[in-house]
Ligand binder design. Structure first.
Ligand code: G
Ligand code: G
Ligand code: NA
Ligand code: MN
Length: 256
């Protein structure tokens, strides 16, 4: 109840800025893009994790507004970086989208209008969807996704491999990127099952012309192993933590 009330108040004040976690190409270590991760910082409640406040926002009917607030922050950040420190760099920022957002028949139109209004190219934005996002109303979600992709917004299938029908989504939905869930990445160099699964997912993605992001890379051994499989992008605490916009830029390697 307390979290809900404070969320409402923060939404009204526009006080919910996401953190940004850098994503790098595994072999070259060049910057590829970022993932925006919602953060709710409150003077008394402290930092409430999205794992906690997103279900509350959904139950309270605040997810639509929260989702647009995170998109607005992200688009403002893209606009700032593309004309500043990351001028001439083809970075993107990926935003997580929940089921409720994708059922809005105007979601794609609204996102595209926001991009246009900010003079930000749709290719700068990637949206991350999970199987559970799609399960609710696949047809409606797929329509929104197709519309966004037609204009150049890219789509990643997040937490890949954790659901029970990941493969059927690959058949029926046009996407750009597979994000291999971090449960497969943790200690993969010491685990035959995990390394076999990642190799197979990588081959599948390559056959389907999808790019791959491995999530939750924490150890140098994991990175080495992933690089031995092929060209993929790497996200994880080993290379970067989620940070507020200014800090995310400050910690980039020189010459990025
Ligand atoms: O940042 P963290 O690991 O605590 O995130 C926990 C969960 O919250 C993850 O599953 C992540 O995808 C989700 N999440 C983070 N930011 C957003 C957001 O802006 N919108 C939605 N729908 N989910 C988010
Ligand atoms: O569900 P989703 O994949 O969107 O969740 C991303 C979450 O993973 C974010 O909340 C982020 O904080 C977290 N995360 C990012 N990198 C790492 C990592 O290296 N290790 C762990 N344990 N979590 C990570
Ligand atoms: Na994500
Ligand atoms: Mn994920």
């Amino acid at each position: 109840m307390r979290v809900e009330k404070e969320l409402r108040r923060s939404l009204m004040k526009n006080a919910l800025a996401p953190d940004y976690q850098a994503i790098y190409q595994g072999k070259t270590k060049t910057l590829e893009g970022f993932e925006a991760l919602a953060r709710f910082r409150h003077a008394e409640l402290g930092t409430v994790s999205p794992g906690e406040f997103i279900p509350i926002a959904e139950d309270a009917g605040l997810m639509r507004e929260l989702g647009y607030s995170i998109l607005d922050s992200t688009i403002a950040t893209i606009k700032q970086w593309q004309s500043g420190v990351l001028r001439d760099h083809p970075f993107y920022i990926a935003v997580n989208v929940s089921a409720i957002q994708l059922q809005d028949p105007y979601f794609a139109d609204n996102v595209l209008a926001k991009l246009e209004g900010a003079n930000v190219s749709p290719s700068r934005l990637k949206l991350e969807v999970t199987e559970s996002t799609l399960v609710e109303s696949f047809k409606h979600a797929a329509e929104q996704i197709d519309k966004l992709r037609q204009q150049g917004v890219r789509i990643a299938l997040d937490d890949f491999g954790t659901g029970y029908s990941s493969l059927s989504y690959l058949r029926s939905l046009a996407i750009d990127t597979l994000k291999i869930d971090r449960s497969f990445v943790a200690n993969l160099h010491e685990n035959k099952q995990k390394s076999a699964i990642i190799k197979t997912v990588y081959e599948l993605a390559t056959e389907l012309d999808l790019s791959v992001v491995a999530e939750g890379v924490e150890e140098a051994e994991e990175l080495d192993f992933l690089n031995s499989i092929g060209d993929m992008a790497i996200q994880g605490f080993l290379l970067a933590r989620p940070l507020p916009a200014d800090e995310a830029i400050d910690q980039l390697p020189r010459g990025t």
